[in-house]
Design a protein around this ligand. Sequence first.
Ligand SMILES: Nc1ncnc2c1ncn2[C@@H]1O[C@H](COP(=O)(O)OP(=O)(O)OP(=O)(O)O)[C@@H](O)[C@H]1O
Ligand SMILES: [Mg+2]
Length: 299
Amino acid sequence: MSVSNNAVIHIEGLTKHYGSVHALTDLRLDVHRGEVFGYLGPNGAGKTTTIRTLLDLIRPTSGSAQIFGLDSHQDSVRIRERLGNLPGELSLWNHMTGWEVINYLGELRGGVDKHYVGELADRLDMDMSRKVKACSSGMKRKLGLIQALMHKPDLLILDEPTNGLDPLVQQTFYSLIREISSEGRTVFMSSHNLPEIEHVCDRVAILRGGRLAAVERMSDLKKVYFRWMTLRLDGDAAPQAFEALDGVSDVTAHNGTLRFRVTGELDPVIKLAAQYHVIDMTYEEPTLETIFLEFYGEN
Ligand SMILES: Nc1ncnc2c1ncn2[C@@H]1O[C@H](COP(=O)(O)OP(=O)(O)OP(=O)(O)O)[C@@H](O)[C@H]1O
Ligand SMILES: [Mg+2]
């Protein structure tokens, strides 16, 4: 088994067809140690398919994946020792309590640190004495997170982890993720929650129709894109003058307030604005949501 690089996850030419459905096409991706990596894409983009392939729950049509430099299929048992996973849809044993589920899964792993589990349960505000069948969907999600985290894995693979969690618990989750990353452990998570991705991820991949549309550092993703500028002027300005500038578009004017998109250098905009009496100016980064929609909107 050759180790082709030192990425924690190394995906090479991964392709998955379900009959005529091309769920993944020639996916290539590296995730590095200590990263919190966000995996985004609309419904049906292939996120869960990627995750299930990494976990060796399904076999790819072609291509391969390595985790910790080990083959995801041949070495899946060794990989699992160092991996924590929260599936998108988790089914647990209804008749067991939270503690029983954790003890059972812990035994399969050769033991469990009950003190750490207790700490996680406290932080996530989870009642571990409740039977699974009496748990709300959010409680089951918390139990799923606890079982993913309980053995302090080197890599966490989470499919929409905060789906169904209330805002307070989501904040706790973000803190946990930041702690895990600061310990040099790696997190790969799919999500539809853009503020969450923006909040916790170092890098994001955007998947569309089974192909990678982009892989960017969170900070770069926001930088390469445009900003919105709003200028409040004393008196009316001609929107045409701004529109004529390089890199300025989508100009709207309303009661002396101009709003437009700026790409590239700001200098021409500032020099033109200086010809007016400027009362106020704001210059905003686009939200990840705007960036995301642009990615999806174009072909
Ligand atoms: N077992 C299966 N049999 C046939 N087609 C499947 C199967 N699983 C997934 N697909 C198809 O593969 C594509 C990718 O699905 P996948 O579940 O990976 O998407 P996803 O990005 O996780 O979407 P979501 O955001 O809705 O969870 C979809 O077109 C889906 O219908
Ligand atoms: Mg999915």
